[in-house]
Design a protein around this ligand. Structure first.
Ligand SMILES: Nc1ncnc2c1ncn2[C@@H]1O[C@H](COP(=O)(O)OP(=O)(O)O)[C@@H](O)[C@H]1O
Ligand SMILES: [Mg+2]
Length: 508
């Protein structure tokens, strides 16, 4: 058997007392797409920065094409034909595509930029790899998907037998992800090997030949993708099994909780932000709302929660029209709201965890009696919720701003789930969370659903919507273009509606 293209052996890297990489073995075969999977902080980027010569390992060895090598800087890595696309793109926004590709290519022997040659080679690449992009465009004018393409071109230009992509899909829309995958498949067919870093299981299962899982700096194992399942990978990533099944009873004939009938939101000068929105959310149902950010989803949430008065149409809760909804009225009707902008709307940063957990109920019994906040009750409630929602706080009276982002999110979620006795509106509830926290948030949502709460789940993560929703409504420019079952088979239709195609055209 030929030597693997790359072998990293017993790599150790510490930052102070933290072992970011703890004796990691990692191997890539020629021609394979090898995914590196792990939660945030697992050590993926560190390992790849070592391979790209950005960090020196404390110990361990790297074998490349069968020979031991030492990488002092990215220059060494590039010389060995190892390329890396960083998590945060590193292009110069004000330069053109061509100029960006040329940056750093100037050698002392050729002081003049080989512009014409570069242009024709760029064209070759475009044809060969399906990587077309206008070389004269300024990078800042390009959408992120194309900027990433420029980074890939740049790496290929310098010569790459191995391309490392660190969380390349994190910034992409679903359609751009598809395009990236097509490019990667093309690269592999031309003999480039790929290390694909992600924490999204579906992507990893789709694109890779083998998968190596890291957890807390250690390599947990390597699997053939064909032998892996979501469950196995999740367990490897987080060290415990998490059931994400959809075996709850479906509320088919269930009673409507929320109905919107031709609801529009019109802003003077701007025009219609929401256009004739009609939908019904049933008891015990999760209705997903898909759409590229900024197509009216957040306004829809604000309207349902009474934060913005709608201009036309009708809203009903359990069949009764709600006239002039306000946040207070909606709360009284049993609504909980997990807003998109949690820093601004969700928490009072210098208040304690305990007070944030009852922020909206400080005037209500049992937290208030005779006009006084009952501190003891507030604290007892916090102790119970901290346990229930696995909030990592040292003390109920710790200021909420000292908690990690994920735990702040759990505080809002816990509070709003308690308020949501009938209806929950959740906007990007797992955005920015690692896998463990994401799974616990999803579990909270499920348990609420099982109790009969209707959930309007607005998310930009299609995998999440498909995993959770009974039905999915797709929004485009303030309109619902279609509502489809929350099944993977409808993914192409959903993707196309997100870009503005009408359902009739999509489904034909
Ligand atoms: N330059 C650094 N200095 C200190 N700590 C770091 C540095 N880079 C990474 N770490 C820490 O090492 C751990 C692994 O980080 P990283 O490799 O970025 O993980 P991943 O890419 O899997 O999310 C984290 O706890 C992170 O905070
Ligand atoms: Mg990383």
């Amino acid at each position: 058997m030929p030597a693997p293209l790359l072998e990293m052996r017993q790599i150790v890297k510490s930052f102070g007392s933290l072992r970011a990489n703890d004796r990691i073995d990692f191997e890539v075969r020629a021609g394979e797409t090898h995914a590196l999977l792990g939660e945030n902080g697992a050590g993926k980027t560190t390992l790849m920065n070592i391979l790209y010569g950005l960090y020196q390992p404390d110990s361990g060895e790297i074998y490349w094409k069968g020979e031991k090598i030492t990488l002092h800087s990215p220059r060494d890595a590039i010389r060995h034909r190892i390329g890396m696309i960083h998590q945060h793109l590193m292009l110069v926004p004000n330069l053109t595509v061509l100029e960006n590709v040329l940056v750093g290519l100037r050698s002392p022997k050729a002081p003049l930029l080989p512009v014409r040659e570069t242009l024709s080679r760029l064209e070759d690449f475009a044809v060969q790899y399906g990587l077309s992009v206008d070389p004269a465009r300024k990078v800042k004018e390009l959408p992120l998907g194309l900027q990433q393409r420029v980074e890939i071109l740049k790496a290929l230009f310098r010569g790459a037998d191995l391309l490392i992509l660190d969380e390349p899909t994190a910034v992409l829309s679903p359609l751009e992800v598809e395009e990236l995958f097509a490019v990667l498949k093309n690269l592999v067919s031309k003999g480039v090997s790929i290390i694909f870093i992600s924490h999204k299981l579906d992507e990893v299962l789709r694109i890779s030949d083998r998968i190596t899982v890291l957890r807390q700096g250690k390599r947990i194992g390597t699997l053939e993708a064909g032998h892996a399942t979501r469950e196995i990978l999740t367990e490897m990533m987080v060290g415990r099994s998490i059931a994400l099944d959809r075996s709850f009873p479906k509320g088919a004939a269930a009673q409507p909780i929320l109905e919107l009938k031709n609801v529009s939101l019109i802003r003077p000068k701007v025009g219609r932000i929401l256009k004739n929105i009609s939908l019904t959310l049933h008891r015990g149902e999760i209705l997903g709302v898909a759409g590229i950010d900024g197509n009216g989803q957040e306004e829809l949430a604000d309207v349902v929660c009474g934060l913005i008065p709608y201009s036309e149409g009708q809203m009903l809760i359990e069949g009764c029209p709600v006239l002039n909804p306000t946040p207070q009225k909606m709360k009284a009707a049993g609504l909980g709201y997990v807003p998109a902008d949690r820093q601004r709307v969700g928490l009072v940063r210098n208040f304690s965890v305990a007070h944030n957990l009852v922020l909206k109920s400080l005037d209500d019994p049992p937290f208030n009696a005779y006009g006084f906040v009952q501190e003891k009750v507030v604290r007892l409630n916090a102790q119970q919720m901290i346990a229930e929602f696995d909030i990592r706080a040292t003390d109920p009276l710790q200021p909420v701003e000292q908690l990690s982002g994920g735990n702040q999110q759990k505080v809002i979620l816990g509070r709003e789930l308690k308020l949501a006795t009938r209806l929950l509106v959740a906007v990007h509830p797992t955005r920015g969370l690692d896998v463990g926290a994401t799974e616990s948030v999803r579990r909270f949502l499920y348990s609420q659903k099982e109790r009969g709460v209707g959930i309007l789940l607005i998310s930009a993560d299609l995998d999440e919507l498909l995993a959770m929703s009974d039905r999915i409504a797709v929004m485009f420019r303030g309109e619902i273009l279609g509502i489809v079952p929350g099944e993977r088979a409808f993914l192409p239709a959903i993707s196309r509606m997100m870009l503005g195609e009408h359902l009739e055209a999509v489904v034909q």
